[in-house]
Design a protein around this ligand. Structure first.
Ligand SMILES: [Zn+2]
Ligand SMILES: [Zn+2]
Length: 110
């Protein structure tokens, strides 16, 4: 069997700084505060502090600001084309009549 790599982001093993034994922190114990932890292996007490990285992505959107997208038709090397907004970079497929499909689906939803 080939080795597979699994996503490890939900794993939060604590490793004892004294004996290097690791254990999995129970999810209900999660806290961003530093606290004392006693090692079950060697009995030493150490500080444990967990941090969670938060990824924040921001994205502009003309419509959020009450403006219309400035669609520009871009044609790719393979001959396909799509609309891209020159302001917020929103993209849209091209409808049969050559207008941005995003504008049509929006009309249908209303
Ligand atoms: Zn230990
Ligand atoms: Zn836009």
């Amino acid at each position: 069997m080939s080795q597979e790599f699994e996503e490890q982001s939900h794993h939060a093993d604590a490793i004892c700084p004294y004996c290097l034994s690791s254990y999995q922190v129970e999810s209900e114990d999660y806290s961003e505060d530093i606290r004392e932890e006693e090692c079950e292996e060697c009995g030493n007490t150490y500080w444990i502090e967990q941090s969670f990285s938060v990824e924040t992505t921001t994205k502009p959107d003309c419509e959020l600001n009450g403006a219309s997208h400035k669609w520009e038709l871009m044609t790719f090397a393979d001959g396909k084309s799509a609309f891209f907004c020159s302001v917020c970079n929103e993209c849209s497929l091209v409808a049969d009549d050559g207008t941005p499909l995003a504008e049509k689906s929006k009309g249908e939803a209303e």
